[in-house]
Write a protein that binds this ligand. Structure first.
Ligand code: SF4
Ligand code: SF4
Ligand code: FES
Length: 234
């Protein structure tokens, strides 16, 4: 098949390669073949190859995807593929983007667990079946791949917007009964760059490879902020 791969930084261009097909071939296999056999200078990123680490996401035929779990058969069109870096992130080189801004936004959304107990106290017992825990668990399997971030048009229009992944992380912590920083976190995501900027386009939810719905979490954050505002807590 013909494969067009982005080479260079933001001002780079697509370069074409011929790559042999084989059964169960993934898009990451294609990129690896190009780097090993055709162009050793090609820069790309991956670690686990089994959908755990979140580092292999790229834009494949215009759509953000985790490449290690995307089979060529599913995405190839007319025996051709185009592979580019993720949208909405600065390109370092070829298929490698700078993820700092993405993870800085997790920090801005107060994405760190803040417990209240010391190591001398007993564990807090939370029922896995409790409504709060189930809502937190629905978003907890995020692998930080930035597929949703790349799919979100609001991030493209407003680079300051925290984006679906950071807001989903904030939601899982707001719903975590052990966490002691709920109001601080709601304040962090309530501003102009926070959850109220979401236009509910659902692209993040459609694209998330872990079947998480950041859209639902963001709607939940809006409800929690409204409730806290009525109670004069914010
Ligand atoms: S639902 Fe919100 S966060 Fe998700 S892609 Fe749409 S605008 Fe972005
Ligand atoms: S919410 Fe889904 S798409 Fe977004 S970073 Fe997490 S796993 Fe990736
Ligand atoms: S290489 Fe780890 S998720 Fe794809």
């Amino acid at each position: 098949m013909k494969v067009s791969v982005w080479k260079g930084g933001a001002q780079g261009a697509f370069q074409e390669f011929e790559v042999p097909r084989f059964p169960s071939q993934t898009v990451l296999d294609v990129v690896t073949h190009i780097q090993r056999a055709l162009d050793p200078t090609l820069a790309y990123r991956y670690a686990c190859r089994v959908g755990m680490c979140g580092s292999c996401a790229m834009t494949v035929n215009g759509v953000p995807r985790w490449t290690c779990r995307t089979h060529v058969d599913r995405v190839v069109r007319n025996e051709s593929l185009s592979i580019a870096p993720l949208r909405n992130l600065p390109v370092i080189r070829d298929l490698v983007t700078d993820m700092s801004v993405f993870f800085d936004k997790w920090a801005r959304a107060k994405g760190q667990f803040q417990g209240s107990r010391t190591k001398d106290e007993d564990f807090e017992r939370i029922k896995p079946s409790s409504s709060e825990r189930r809502q937190a668990d629905a978003g907890i399997e995020c692998i930080g791949c930035a597929v949703c971030y790349s799919a979100c048009d609001v991030v493209a229009w407003n680079p300051d917007y925290l984006g679906p992944a950071a807001l989903n992380r904030a939601w899982t912590l707001v719903k975590d009964e052990r966490d002691a920083a709920k109001l601080e976190r709601l304040r962090a995501v309530a501003g102009d760059a926070g959850c109220h900027s979401c236009h509910t386009h659902m692209s993040c939810t459609e694209r998330c490879p872990k079947h998480i719905s950041p859209t639902a979490g963001i709607a939940g954050l809006k409800r929690e902020i409204l409730k806290a505002a009525f109670r004069n807590e914010l």
